[in-house]
Ligand binder design. Structure first.
Ligand SMILES: Cc1cc2nc3c(=O)[nH]c(=O)nc-3n(C[C@H](O)[C@H](O)[C@H](O)COP(=O)(O)OP(=O)(O)OC[C@H]3O[C@@H](n4cnc5c(N)ncnc54)[C@H](O)[C@@H]3O)c2cc1C
Ligand SMILES: *[C@@H]1O[C@H](CO)[C@@H](O)[C@H](O)[C@H]1NC(C)=O
Length: 401
């Protein structure tokens, strides 16, 4: 009888889990023993790290051919129920029909979403975001539509809520992007509202580069600001500051996929499941979690894997490899990712590339931008043939940057 591995999600983690499990199966010489099934709404990798860019039309990659080449069965659907004790998932096909899939091992790779706190009034209704492809396209259409409105401070102002990685990348693009749409002579205003007392997510070694660059681009950083409400004409802070704006972009915080709540196990404050170093959910047999749904140490020095593409790719390879090894009673390879880099796009200035967890400045401006381009157009795109896919799916490879 054929056993089944079911992978939920076709993001960085799900894709690489599928390729790594196929690689492990082939190495074991048992391709007929296990069926690898990947379920996701579309057979497409959406490149979320590129969604801050002006033009997101190429920030995706079709996966159907690659799945066929590597022996992965793709099922189109959205999972709404995971029954761990029955080893079954329930999903809805695009035609609205509900179906089930049985699994011997499950790999949860359903990613994360931007978190919209209910305490912020008008947030879901009036804010924009760059979290998923749909949101990025909606923001782009909205920005272009501003050109038809009469000149006003609200039209000419973009407010970015959240001065973290995504907020800073989006805000840095905005002055130039707005002038491109509204006209070079228009007095555009871009404001970042940050709850903390400074924009310091890059740590002591790199934050001053970020702060100085934002200032040089004409992006105003307002710190110690908590957003109270958003409406069609602007944003109001808890302290009562009002900023007129037709474009309020929310970037403040991510949460793991709501499917994590269906696994009877402990989760962290952002919804990620606690997993062991083989990425099996602690206390739950047969279920692995990976990518943005997993809470796990990246090294033995106390660093946790982040909700990042960089971590999701290797977490995916580890989970796929280990779930298959588990099923075939082969030795597993514990997840370990000591190498860590950061590449932050800063609009027309270029990009800041740092190495290590203390974020030592390594490349700036044009040199950093070349690295960002290489990452965003090559390194994180999927391979196109089977040999390359299996070579790259080795879970012990670190990212080559
Ligand atoms: C604007 C932006 C910029 C970023 N920049 C960077 C960066 O520079 N560097 C970096 O390392 N990271 C960056 N990230 C983070 C990175 O994109 C994520 O950490 C990464 O995408 C996580 O991969 P994942 O596979 O876990 O999840 P995702 O990429 O979110 O994929 C989840 C998959 O699961 C599917 N899915 C979800 N729910 C279901 C369901 N119920 N049923 C079936 N399928 C489901 C989705 O359709 C999708 O295929 C950025 C993110 C954003 C939004
Ligand atoms: C809906 O789609 C599924 C999966 O493709 C298929 O098995 C099923 O027969 C379809 N149902 C209807 C009513 O078309």
């Amino acid at each position: 009888m054929t056993s089944k591995i079911v992978i939920i999600g076709a993001g960085f983690a799900g894709l690489w889990a599928a390729l790594a499990s196929a690689r492990q199966l082939e190495m074991a010489g048992k391709v007929d023993a296990v069926e690898i099934i990947l379920i996701a709404p579309e057979p497409t990798l959406y490149i979320r790290p590129r969604l801050y860019e002006n033009d997101v039309s190429t920030a995706l990659a079709p996966l159907g051919d690659l799945f066929a080449l590597t022996g992965v069965r793709y099922v189109q659907g959205t999972v709404h129920k995971i029954a761990v004790t029955e080893n079954v998932v329930e999903y809805i096909s695009p035609n609205g029909t509900a179906s089930t899939l049985l699994f011997d091992r499950l790999i949860l790779a359903s990613g994360s979403k931007l978190f919209l706190p209910e305490a912020v009034k008008g947030l879901a209704e009036y804010s924009f975001d760059t979290d998923q492809m749909e949101g990025a396209i909606k923001l782009d259409a909205h920005l272009k539509s501003l050109a038809k409105l009469p000149d006003s401070p609200a039209r000419n102002t973009v407010v970015v809520c959240g001065g973290g990685f995504t907020g800073v990348e989006v805000a840095s693009e905005m002055p130039q992007r707005l002038r491109g749409i509204l006209g070079e002579g228009v007095d555009v205003k871009v404001v970042v509202l940050e709850r903390g007392d400074s924009i310091n997510f890059m740590g002591p070694k790199s934050s001053s580069v970020v702060q100085d660059t934002l200032a040089s681009l004409g992006v105003e950083a307002l710190t110690s600001q908590t957003v109270a409400s958003i409406d069609a004409d602007g944003v109001t802070t808890v302290a009562g500051t009002r900023i007129p704006s037709k474009t309020v972009i929310w970037t403040a915080g991510m949460r793991a996929s709501s499917l994590t709540a269906q696994i009877p196990a402990e989760r962290d404050e952002i919804g990620r499941l606690f997993v062991d170093q083989n990425l099996k959910v602690i206390g739950v047999d047969d279920v692995y979690a990976t990518g943005d749904t997993a809470h796990v140490a990246a090294d033995d020095k106390g660093h946790l894997a982040l909700m990042s593409c960089q971590h999701a790719m290797i977490l995916g390879k580890s989970a796929g490899n280990n779930a298959m090894a588990d099923l075939l009673s082969l030795p597993q390879t514990p997840y370990s990712q000591p190498t860590y880099v950061t590449c932050l796009a800063l609009g027309p200035w270029g990009a800041l590339f740092t190495t290590g967890w203390d974020r030592e400045v390594s490349l700036v401006k044009e040199e950093g931008y070349k690295m960002k381009t290489q990452i965003n157009t090559q390194l994180i795109y999927p391979p196109t043939n089977r040999a390359e896919a299996f070579a790259a799916a080795d879970p012990t490879l670190q990212l080559a940057v």
